[in-house]
Ligand binder design. Sequence first.
Ligand SMILES: Cc1cc2nc3c(=O)[nH]c(=O)nc-3n(C[C@H](O)[C@H](O)[C@H](O)COP(=O)(O)OP(=O)(O)OC[C@H]3O[C@@H](n4cnc5c(N)ncnc54)[C@H](O)[C@@H]3O)c2cc1C
Length: 591
Amino acid sequence: MTYQAPVDDIMFALKTAAGLSELIADGTVGVDEDTVRAVVEEAGRFGTDVLDPLNGPGDKAGSHLVDGKVETPAGWKEAYQQFVAGGWGALPCPEEHGGQGLPEMVAMAVCEIWNASNLSFGLCPLLTQGAVDALLAHGSDELKRTYLPKMVSGEWSGTMNLTEPHAGSDLGALRTKAERQPDGTYRITGTKIYITYGDHEMADNIIHLVLARLPDAPAGTRGISLFVVPKYLVNPDGSLGARNDVVCAGLEHKLGIHASPTCVMKYGEQGGAVGYLVGEENRGLNIMFIMMNEARLAVGVQGVAIAERATQRAIAYAKERKQGRSARGRAGDMSPIIEHADVRRNLMTMRAMTQAARAICLVTARELDIAHATSDPAKKAAALARSALLTPVAKAFSTDIGVEVASIGVQIHGGMGFVEETGAAQYYRDARILPIYEGTNGIQAIDLVTRKLPLEGGKVLEAYIGEMQATVEAVRASNRPEFGLMADRLGGAVKALAEASRWLGGALAKNPESALAGAQPYLRLFGLTAGGIYLARGALAAAREDASGAARIALARFFAENLTTAAGGLKDTIVSGADSTLLLEPEALAG
Ligand SMILES: Cc1cc2nc3c(=O)[nH]c(=O)nc-3n(C[C@H](O)[C@H](O)[C@H](O)COP(=O)(O)OP(=O)(O)OC[C@H]3O[C@@H](n4cnc5c(N)ncnc54)[C@H](O)[C@@H]3O)c2cc1C
C-alpha cells in the first residue's frame, strides 16, 4: 500500500489551526496559498515515488560499517541526490544562502511527508536543517560563507553531536575536550555516541556540530562550547581538503530506523580533529538549544508522520480484510473489518490523534514564522514565548501518539501486524525512538512544567488558556446539533488544564518533587486539550465553508467526546496522585 501525502488535511490544518490565510493576507509569510499547495503536492509525489518504495527494503537491509565506511541501503544515495537536485533541502533557508525562504509552517508540512514516506531517510535532512539553523543564528560570517550554501543545498549534510556514554539527558556531564590553537582553531578529542548520520557516503561532506569543553571551562552546562568539525576540511577556495581526524567507530543495532546510521564517533584519535568555534566560548549549550528547539518540533512532526503512515495502512487493510459479520452485514457474508464498531473506534482514534498532533506542530511553526517576520519587538517576544510554550508539547505529545497510533495500526492488522510482511510492524518499531531522542518525553514534560509554565509569571499560559476558552464559547454559540457535546467536553478539558496549571504553579514553589511527578500527565492533558481545541476550530471553519465539512466535524466531535474526556482524570492524577507516586522511596521501589 503506497503512501499518499494527505495534502487536503495538511492544507486544512495550515489554514484552520495555523491561520495560513491570515498570515498571507497580513504579509507575515510571503507566499500564496496556491504555491503552498503546489509545494506540498510536489513533495507528496517525491515521497510516494522515491522515498516510500525504499522504506521497507531499507529497514530490512539496514546501514552497515564496511572497511571504516558507512554503507546505506541500496538506492539511498541516488534518492538523496534526487532530493538535493530537487532543491528540497533548501526550503525554509534564507535566499541569501541559497534557500527558498519558505515559511517554517510549509517546511514542517513537507518534513511530515519525508518522514511519513521514509522516517530513516527523513532524519538526514532533519539534522542538517538543525545545524543550518544554529549556524545561521550564531555562526561567524566566515563560517556561514564556508558552510551554509552547501548545507542549505544538501550537498553537505549536518549532524548534531551532544550525547556521550555518561552524558545523555544531563549534558553538563560531557567530557569531549577542545583545546585552543595558535591559529584560532581548536583541537577536538573525545567520543560521541548515537550520532545520527554521523557518517555516510550520500553527501560529499558532513558538517558535525560538536559540543565540547575547554580546559579552563566552568563545570556543568555553563562550560560547554560548540564547534563545527567538518569530515573533510574545506580549502579557502571552497574545495574539499584533507580528511579531518574524525571517524565512525561503530554502528548501533537498533529496534527500528535500521537504515538510519546511528554512529559512535571518535574525534581526535590521531592528534585532534580541527574544529571552529560557533558563537562564544562556553555559550555552546544556548546555541545548541536553537538547534534542539527546531529539531524538537521536527521530531514532533516525525510523530505525526508515522501516525499518518500507520493510519493509511490500517485503513487500507481494514477495508480488505473480512472477518465475522458486522451489525450491518448480511447473514452468511463475512464483513470487512472496517465495519466493526471496535475497529471503527480504533481508526477514528488514529485519525483524530494524528490530526490533532499535526495541528499542534503547525501552530508551533506558525509562531516561529511570526517571530521571524515581525519587526515589532512585543509581537516577536509574544510569538517566541508562545512557541517556547508549545515546543515541548509538540515534541512529546506528537511522538507519544505516534507510538500509540502505530501500535493501534498493528492491532488492526491482527496477526499480520505482528509479522513483518505488511509494514505495520516497522512503523511501530520506527516510532519507538521518537519519545526518546531530542530530549526524552519525560524531560520535555519537566521543561513544560518548570520553565514554560512560569514564563512571564504564568501570563503566557494564561493568554493561551484564554484563547482556548474563547473557542469553547464559539463552539457553544454556534449551537449546532452535529457538534454534540463538543462545547461541554472541551470546556471541561480547558477547566481541568487551568486547575492543574494552578496547582502545579503552587507545588513548584512549595514541593517541586510533587510538581515533577505530575509533569508527564500534565503534558498529556495539555496536548489533549490543545488538540481538541484545534480540531474544534477546524470544525467551526468546516461548518462555514468546507465541502468535506461533515467528516471534519465528526472527527472533532469524536475527539472531544472520546479523547479529551481523559482530561478530568489527568487533572486528578496531577493534583491528588503526586503524593502516592512518591510513597515508595527509591530503595523500597528497587525492592
Ligand atoms: C537512534 C538514536 C539516535 C540518536 N541521535 C542522536 C544524535 O544525532 N545526536 C545526539 O547527540 N544524540 C542522539 N541520540 C541520543 C539521544 O538524544 C539520547 O538517547 C537521549 O537524549 C536520552 O539520553 P540517554 O539515552 O543517555 O538516557 P538517560 O539520560 O540515561 O535517561 C534514561 C531515563 O531517565 C530519565 N531521566 C534522565 N534524567 C532525568 C531527570 N533529570 N529527571 C527525570 N527523568 C530523567 C529519562 O527521561 C529516561 O527515561 C540518539 C539516540 C538514539 C537511540
